[in-house]
Every structure is written in structure tokens, then in C-alpha cells.
Design a protein around this ligand. Structure first.
Ligand SMILES: [Zn+2]
Length: 94
């Protein structure tokens, strides 16, 4: 039996991940990119392309597939070399 609060939450929760953004280090493979389609993600941000199996521009371009019933926006984040070297130097200290 649902309480009034449960009913209120049920009506305000989005369907799956509708309207959510996700931030990834690596460009996802086709299987992971399709999982994000099924979850109804709104926007994907990733930093590093995956030249072997990348599904968002490197090898495939899933976001442009017209036969899919959901499409997300894709953005590549450019991390400055100086910031990357600082991150890796910090990791070496650990
Ligand atoms: Zn994957």
C-alpha cells in the first residue's frame, strides 16, 4: 500500500534517466552507448575518444542513428595538457 508521500514521489520522478546528464572519462563502446539510449540520458560529456570501439564519433556515431527512438546530445570535453600532467603527477605521489 502506497502512502501519500510515495504517490507524490511516483508522480514527480522522471521516467528512467530522462533529463539526466552523464560525465564519462572515455567515449563509450556501442553496448554502453546503447544502454544510455535505453536509459533516456539527455546529454553525454566525455573526455577521451576511444579509437578502437568508440560509438559517439570515433568509430560509430550512434547519436545520429535515425532508427533509434531516443537521441542524446554528445559533447567532448577538452582537458588542457597542463591539467592532465598535474593530475598524473598527483597520482604518482600516491
Ligand atoms: Zn562499453
Amino acid at each position: 500500500m502506497l502512502s501519500g508521500l510515495d504517490l507524490a514521489c511516483e508522480t514527480t520522478r522522471p521516467y528512467l534517466c530522462t533529463g539526466f546528464d552523464i560525465y564519462l572519462a572515455w567515449e563509450p563502446c556501442p553496448m554502453c552507448a546503447m544502454a544510455l539510449v535505453h536509459q533516456r540520458i539527455k546529454r553525454i560529456f566525455y573526455a577521451f575518444p576511444n579509437p578502437r570501439v568508440g560509438a559517439l564519433g570515433s568509430v560509430h556515431r550512434l547519436q545520429g542513428e535515425k532508427s533509434l527512438n531516443h537521441h542524446y546530445s554528445v559533447f567532448r570535453i577538452h582537458i588542457p595538457d597542463k591539467a592532465l600532467s598535474e593530475i598524473f603527477l598527483e597520482k604518482l605521489k600516491d
